[in-house]
Design a protein around this ligand. Structure first.
Ligand SMILES: [Zn+2]
Length: 80
């Protein structure tokens, strides 16, 4: 059985995001990509979008790591 990476609840149907339906709805949308327009490239907007993407990625990896640690603890306790 898999568990929601956000709240840790067991999932009946695992999803690609690793989260349950409710947590998926609450999760923030990925930042929009900044495209080159007629006047060039908005460097400040691109930098801020990149920082937002990195922050989301780090948060996601930390959440997955916490879920893995929780699952490992649970498994070890079940073995004792
Ligand atoms: Zn959840």
């Amino acid at each position: 059985m898999s568990f929601c990476t956000n709240c840790g609840r067991p999932l009946k149907n695992p999803r690609p995001s690793g989260m349950g339906r409710v947590c998926e709805k609450k999760a923030p949308l990925p930042p929009a990509a900044v495209e080159r327009d007629l006047f060039g490239y908005d460097v400040a907007a691109a930098a801020s979008a990149a920082q937002e993407r990195v922050a989301l990625y780090v948060q996601e990896r930390a959440t997955l790591a916490h879920a893995a640690v929780r699952a490992a603890f649970k498994r070890v306790r079940a073995e004792q």
